[in-house]
Write a protein that binds this ligand. Structure first.
Ligand SMILES: CC(C)(COP(=O)(O)OP(=O)(O)OC[C@H]1O[C@@H](n2cnc3c(N)ncnc32)[C@H](O)[C@@H]1OP(=O)(O)O)[C@@H](O)C(=O)NCCC(=O)NCCS
Length: 214
């Protein structure tokens, strides 16, 4: 019997994650998708779930009452929200699922942490380490020997070069570039289309080319 899966989040990344689940299941039946958990889905997102034929299972509090050996992914882009919700699910005994779209490429010696979601067209190079609950959005690229710590988000089309250290809860915006060998401190955001050319401290917002912060 294939394991039950719950996806947290009915918004954009939630439904992109449903696409990953569907593609994985087309390649090989892997997950029994029970539905989507969301405390306050918008009417538009409820309609979109219905169009996909996917059930809304109610709030997280309601869903946590479900029994059985459930697997989950938190498909919510904001790293700190993801961390909080993953903690609640794990405290309830749910197991994080790791989802990799069949069109993604993943190099040798790469480690993918539990709860991570790797979307269509992502290129993960060799000897990369992804922590837990990392999101790699469509067409992101992660260079050789780089590590992305727990709860990192790399948004669509961003390029993190080789030998980088991306700390916990960082978000690398759409189309941004992080040059090789750089480190980014925890909770920093690299804005969309920025180019980071030197190490960034924790908790800053980097914008522009070259990337600058206050
Ligand atoms: C950089 C970022 C974090 C700033 O967010 P914010 O604090 O809410 O900023 P605001 O939208 O209030 O904009 C503040 C100023 O920064 C500018 N700005 C916003 N994003 C910028 C970016 N990526 N690069 C350069 N300038 C940017 C705005 O034009 C605005 O300038 P102004 O004060 O001269 O009008 C955000 O815009 C961003 O790029 N996030 C990543 C988004 C992403 O990847 N989206 C894809 C999702 S799939």
């Amino acid at each position: 019997m294939i394991p039950d899966l719950v996806v947290l989040g009915a918004a954009g990344f939630g439904r992109e994650t449903l696409d990953v689940v569907a593609a994985v299941n087309r390649a090989q039946p892997t997950w029994n998708l029970l539905g989507v958990v969301d405390d306050a889905p918008s009417p538009a997102n409820l309609e979109r779930l219905a169009a996909l034929g996917v059930r809304h299972l109610g709030s997280l509090a309601e869903a946590l009452a479900l029994t059985g050996p459930l697997h989950f992914v938190v498909a919510i882009g904001a790293p700190s929200v993801r961390e909080r919700l993953a903690g609640r699910c794990e405290a309830a005994g749910w197991q994080p699922a790791t989802l990799v779209h069949p069109s993604a490429t993943v190099g040798a010696l790469t480690k993918l942490g539990a709860g991570s979601v790797v979307c269509a067209g992502v290129a993960v190079s060799t000897n990369v380490t992804l922590g837990r609950h990392v999101h790699l959005n469509p067409n992101a690229t992660i260079g050789h020997d780089t590590s992305c710590a727990d709860f990192v988000s790399v948004n669509p089309g961003a390029i993190v070069s080789g030998d980088c250290r991306i700390s916990t809860r960082c978000l690398v915006g759409a189309g941004a570039v992080v040059l090789q060998g750089l480190s980014i401190g925890p909770d920093t955001v690299v804005g969309a289309a920025a180019c980071l050319t030197k190490n960034a401290p924790s908790g800053v917002v980097v914008t522009g080319v070259p990337g600058r912060w206050a």
